[in-house]
Design a protein around this ligand. Structure first.
Ligand code: CTP
Length: 407
């Protein structure tokens, strides 16, 4: 079977379209039609609230089969598992604050929430609600939790809302939603299947004596999100990390502490890696002669003599095998894109993720990040403040075409 024609990117794919009870439910009618136009087999599932805004018959007419509204269906005693198992993707548009809360908490009290729990397919949520609800910490936390679990979010736009209000909370446009569904399916089909990906994460610790070290504020969250994302896309992943954080099942974790440990682990694993992503904050300098014992105050102020560590990424780049894709990070506090470009050239990389670590909500220890992706082909893509898993998704969206050019 060849690739589907460009105008039917969802040909043969089964999409469950969940519709919640918000005024934007009327826009879901257009989303349903566009998904069908894109070739998908669309099974509409409406919450009770949704049916107050739009009749189920509208979705039955436009979808690929009759719209379902209840867990208790005479024709199928377990519609949630039937739908959840058959789905290639579940998309919820609009997703209300209630739906996000129920899904995050694992509550399955209607057909849509039960289907979301019963599926192993990727899920895309497209929130729409009033600005106050969108900005409420409960909604933010629920969404962040869902993103960390791998749920894709098509964020709402700004504009007119119900009741004559305006602000952030408007359902994303149907084109954007269909594009997100297409991209998620591409990822879920394993666009990194058969690829070996090496990711580094965290900040190295360089001992001064038996109890003290020189370190940095890197938490490892971005690197771990990258490893999880690569695994979700089908890659065989090795994660060399300093951080005690969980990672997705199947990721091979190598725990290290110092730059020298990391160098050894990376050089051992990189020989057969197709993609190397150096997200770790590696110390550039380390104490030249760390003490085995604790330095005592009574011994006076120590003279700390530092020496340079190996630039691991530069070493990988120098010994890179043909086709290997190398991604570096640039943690900066100003002129991020320019610094990223300079690092890209200096280390002969394919992509540099420029990160303004001084920006609010971005960088070290935050759950969110905002980056600019600078490619060797001169492209620059800004990823505005979002969950680190979403940043990881954008990084691999940029990496995958580079791996394709190297079969
Ligand atoms: N890196 C590395 N080995 C080091 C230092 C950095 O592999 N000893 C990697 C980082 O993981 C990151 C990239 O190189 O992917 C960062 O580039 P670099 O220019 O070394 O960043 P800084 O160390 O922050 O340099 P500068 O202080 O000059 O900005």
């Amino acid at each position: 079977m060849g690739a589907p024609p460009a105008e039917q990117p969802l040909a043969g794919r089964r999409v469950v379209l969940g519709v919640c009870g918000g005024i934007a439910a009327y826009k879901a009618v257009e989303v349903c039609r566009r998904l069908v136009d894109a070739g998908a087999f669309v099974s509409p599932v409406l919450t009770e609230g949704a049916t107050r805004f739009v009749g189920a018959v509208t979705f039955s007419a436009l979808g690929s089969e009759r719209a379902r509204t209840s867990l208790f269906d005479d024709a199928d005693p377990i519609p949630h598992t039937t739908l959840g198992r058959a789905a290639d993707v579940v998309v919820v548009a609009p997703a209300t604050a209630r739906l996000l809360g129920a899904y995050a908490a694992g509550i399955s009290d209607d057909l849509l929430t039960a289907t979301l729990l019963a599926t192993r397919a990727p899920v895309v949520v497209c929130p729409a609600m009033h600005t106050e609800m969108w900005e409420h910490p409960a909604t933010r936390d629920n969404l962040a939790l869902l993103v960390r679990r791998g749920v894709a979010v098509v964020p709402p736009g700004t504009g007119r809302l119900a009741g004559g209000d305006s602000g952030t909370g408007r359902l994303a446009g149907p084109d954007e939603i269909v594009a997100a569904v297409t991209a998620v399916l591409r990822g879920a089909a394993g666009d990194l299947a058969g690829r070996r990906v090496l990711v580094t994460a965290g900040g190295t610790r360089e001992p001064i004596d038996a109890v003290r070290f020189i370190g940095n504020r890197s938490s490892g969250k971005q690197g771990h999100a990258l490893a999880d994302e690569a695994a979700a896309r089908g890659a065989t992943v090795t994660l060399v990390t300093t951080a005690d954080r969980p990672s997705a099942p199947g990721v091979l974790v190598v725990r290290v502490d110092t730059a020298a440990d990391m160098e050894q682990a990376v050089l051992a694993a990189c020989a057969d890696a197709d993609v190397v992503v150096m997200a770790a904050a590696v110390a550039d300098f380390r104490p030249k002669a760390p003490l085995d014992e604790k330095w005592k105050k009574a011994d006076g102020v120590p003279d700390l003599v530092l020496e340079a560590t190996t630039d691991i990424l530069a070493a990988v780049s120098a010994g890179r095998r043909p086709g290997q894709v190398l991604v570096g990070f640039a943690a900066e506090t100003s002129d991020v894109a320019a610094a990223a470009k300079a690092k890209l050239r200096a280390k002969h990389l394919d992509l540099v993720v420029g990160n303004d670590v001084s920006a609010p909500g971005a960088g070290f220890d935050s759950d969110t990040n905002a980056v600019v992706l600078v490619g060797a082909d001169g492209t620059e893509q800004t990823v505005p403040l979002t969950e680190k898993r979403e940043v990881a998704r954008a990084v691999f969206d940029a990496v995958v075409p580079l791996t394709r050019s190297h079969p």
